[in-house]
Design a protein around this ligand. Structure first.
Ligand code: SAM
Ligand code: SF4
Length: 339
């Protein structure tokens, strides 16, 4: 079992497979994208698997693949199949924007993937296209259906709530009525080159004005749900909630098949329960999303031995800060860190 210097059990590793993406969400990436790393700078699947095997020996039991967009990386299905076969790894999950899920869901399910989180911030095609700078909502909806049809579960939708985007939260709640879908409303986080000012939405202007707290999200769901005849969302006991690997509060509308959930990294920061490390696509181990300290594991993967890798994991565990201290902005954006 791995613990950090504050006694937290660390058993969850998020791995970014690529910093590339087929969308350009306004709050995540600048219009022109971020400078992509050369292929040689990105860890190979072999290197990731070697690192993952050692991390599992050191106490990691759950891995989530993310990015950038993990499904744009060629060979991802076979990579998942190999990770799935790794002794000691209990669970593997994927976070995707869903654009390529229609194409890959069946193959991913056959490779052994069941848990998938699909990011989706609007159910209005025009708003979706504006948020993602040109993405097609219909492709994500096909992806969601494909994941359900392939027997994946839990299938969760990640919705970042940002005031200027004026999102229709109830439209998401309605999705949970007749389908085993779990919508997770997530507070907007100041990650990337943010200045804490600004009135529009771009990767560089997280602002308090655009922040919507989990409490406000719940209030809106309750008020709008009641007015629309859906009733009020009721809190679920943890054993009724679809299992997650991080703190989340789950609710259900009366008669709904799925659930809604709020994740409040800022308003109720849950650093005390933090259980994760991150591995960036270019081979840096990151102890905390909000702190820029990164440990270079790529050089050791390319020239060192397993003992040195174990030592670096130990350093990462010991360097995890007690909490994120409400830092505004990080040197690298979410697509580069692996959100
Ligand atoms: N491309 C994939 C996707 O969109 O699911 C995986 C990577 S993306 C960086 C992972 C998640 O981070 C997405 O759900 C996205 O909405 C979220 N995200 C990005 N920037 C964020 C921010 N500033 N605050 C909260 N969530 C953010
Ligand atoms: Fe790409 Fe995901 Fe960032 Fe959107 S949130 S730009 S899909 S990495």
């Amino acid at each position: 079992m791995a613990t950090d210097s504050y006694g937290r059990r660390i058993d969850y590793l998020r791995i970014s497979l690529t910093d590339r993406c087929n969308l350009r969400c306004v709050y995540c990436m600048p219009k022109e994208g971020v400078p992509w790393r050369d292929h040689a700078e990105i860890l190979s699947f072999e290197e990731i698997e070697r690192f993952a095997a050692i991390a599992v020996e050191e106490g990691i039991s759950k891995i989530r693949l993310t990015g950038g967009e993990p499904l744009v990386r060629r060979g991802v299905v076979d990579h998942i199949r190999r990770l799935k076969a790794m002794t000691g790894l209990e669970e593997i999950a994927l976070t995707t924007n869903g654009i390529l899920l229609g194409k890959y869901a069946e193959q991913l399910a056959r490779a052994g993937l069941t848990r998938v989180n699909i990011s989706l911030d609007s159910l209005d095609p025009k708003v979706f296209s504006r948020i993602t700078r040109g993405g097609r909502l219909s492709e994500v909806l096909v992806g969601i259906e494909a994941a359900l049809a392939a027997g994946m579960g839990p299938v969760k939708l990640n919705t970042v709530v940002i005031r200027a985007l004026n999102q229709d939260l109830l439209a998401f709640a309605r999705l949970t009525l007749n389908r085993p879908l779990h919508v997770r409303f997530i507070e907007y986080m100041p990650v990337g080159r943010t200045h804490g000012v600004g009135c529009g939405v771009s990767q560089t202007d997280w602002s308090k004005a655009n922040f919507v707290s989990a409490e406000e999200i719940l209030e809106r769901l309750s008020k709008e749900g009641t007015a629309a005849g859906l009733g009020e969302p009721r809190p679920l006991e943890s054993e009724q909630a679809p299992g997650g690997w991080g703190p989340a509060r789950y609710y259900k509308f009366p008669q709904a098949e799925g659930t809604v959930c709020v994740i409040s990294p800022l308003s109720h920061h849950f650093c005390g329960q933090c259980n994760r490390l991150r591995l960036t696509a270019d081979g840096r181990l990151r102890p905390c999303l909000f702190a820029d300290e990164e440990i270079d594991v790529k050089s050791v993967l390319r020239s060192g031995n397993d003992e040195e890798l174990r030592r670096l994991i130990g350093i990462a565990l010991q360097s995890k800060p007690e909490n994120h201290g409400m830092r505004l902005g990080t040197g690298r954006g979410m697509s580069q860190i692996g959100g």
